[in-house]
Ligand binder design. Structure first.
Ligand code: NAD
Ligand code: IPM
Ligand code: MN
Length: 358
């Protein structure tokens, strides 16, 4: 029997609520499998910082890195909380993990499941995946301010794009496209303005395209991409883009495909040198935390991505099937009005069991 060491980081706000349901589903779907998830819980996040002053210590990082995979809920306190002003939990913890564990692929699928209301009048078929670069771009913290606090202040936040970093994520995205029926890759950037980074991304896509003749390639400026994501999302199959454009586009993608409560993601180190990390796209939602109002579906679908990544494709498909069935019977999205967080998790577990999906 295979043992998988799983680091679980529930985090802040609704994080622990949605992770409890995700773990329930993980346990149910693997109950009859020849696999055991050996889970270690890490109490990290804003709450831990307020208690101890630590965000992510070297010991935390080493301990987490010794696992096979990571499941994370959400981190971050109430925006504007003065006690967290200097902590920067999101940079220190979330980006700290993504950068330290070399999660250069941030995989964010968007599927409009049958029965899910979309805010778009005519969404058509929505089934695309954004491959967001995860370790470079404006996120690297390559910045500084001079004369801060004066009328002459200058604040720089320089986007870093390396040939190595762009090529590896672009190659991964082509691989994803080649494995999908439509085999279509769209580069999203802003090459008309960000000429140096844009040129590197475009030349890299052109070069790697030669290795994937079966994949058709096109390009959109990021502003135009937001138009098409609303007017004709069916045109997208695989999108490859930089860290910041990918962040913004995937919240939009979530909004058009049933809402942030359904959007799952994987932060992947494809070579497996470091554990990959799976998490809902949403944050800690302090406005609804502690009330059992959060939709755990995004966290549960993140478990499906985790299982897939670990080579447990059958179990992943069973989770997706149970979620799809559950979603088809809903009439709100995110599913907050009708059922508690735990009730949604329980319903999905029941579907897994009753349909023999376990
Ligand atoms: P958010 O995603 O937490 O919330 C945005 C809105 O969506 C809120 O109205 C919230 O109630 C709703 N929402 C989010 N998840 C939901 C769910 N599962 N079910 C139902 N409704 C849901 O974004 P925010 O308010 O900008 O950020 C709150 C905190 O979370 C901040 O500290 C932010 O930095 C952090 N954050 C963390 C992550 C992460 O850990 N991956 C991601 C985004 C934001
Ligand atoms: C996300 C979040 C993070 C990001 C923040 C909290 C650092 O918005 O996972 O999309 O910008 O990547
Ligand atoms: Mn985001």
């Amino acid at each position: 029997s295979r043992t998988i060491k799983l680091a679980v980081i529930p985090g802040d706000g609704i994080g622990p609520e949605v992770i409890a349901e995700a773990v329930k589903v993980l346990d149910a779907v693997t109950a009859n499998e020849n696999v055991t998830f050996d889970k270690t819980h890490f109490a990290l996040g804003a709450a831990r910082f307020l208690e101890t002053g630590d965000v992510l210590t070297a010991e935390d990082l080493a301990a987490i890195a010794a696992h096979d995979a990571i499941l994370l809920g959400a981190v971050g306190g109430v925006p504007g909380d003065p006690r967290l002003r200097d902590a920067n939990i999101e940079r220190g913890l979330l980006l700290g993990l993504r950068f330290s564990l070399d999660h250069y692929v941030n995989l964010r699928p968007s599927i409009l499941f049958p029965g899910v209301p979309s805010p778009l009048a005519a969404p058509g078929a929505v089934d695309f995946v954004v491959v967001r670069e995860g370790t470079e771009g404006p996120y690297v913290g390559n910045g500084g301010a001079i004369r801060q606090g004066t009328a002459q202040e200058v604040a720089n936040e320089v986007s870093v794009n390396t040939a190595f970093g762009v090529e590896r994520v672009v190659r991964f995205a082509f691989g994803v496209a080649a494995g999908r029926p439509r085999k279509r890759l769209t580069l999203v950037h802003k090459t008309n303005v960000l000429v140096f980074a844009g040129s590197l991304w475009q030349r890299t896509v052109n070069a790697v395209a030669a290795e994937f003749p079966e994949v058709s390639v096109d390009y959109l400026h990021v502003d135009a991409a937001t138009i098409f994501m609303v007017t004709k999302p069916s045109r997208f199959d695989v999108v490859v883009t930089d860290n910041l454009f990918g962040d913004i586009l995937t919240d939009l993608a979530a909004a058009i495909s049933g809402g942030i409560g359904l959007a799952a993601s994987g932060n992947i180190n494809p070579e497996g040198r470091f554990p990959s990390m799976f998490e809902p796209v949403h944050g800690s939602a302090p406005d609804i935390a502690g009330k059992q109002l959060a939709d755990p579906t995004a966290a549960i679908l993140s478990v499906a991505l985790l299982l897939d990544h670990l080579g447990l494709a059958d179990a992943a498909a069973r989770v997706s099937a149970a979620v799809t069935t559950d979603i088809a019977g809903r009439n709100t999205s995110p599913d907050t009005a009708s059922r508690s967080t735990a009730a949604v998790g329980d319903a999905i577990v029941t579907l897994l069991t009753s349909k023999g999906l376990q």
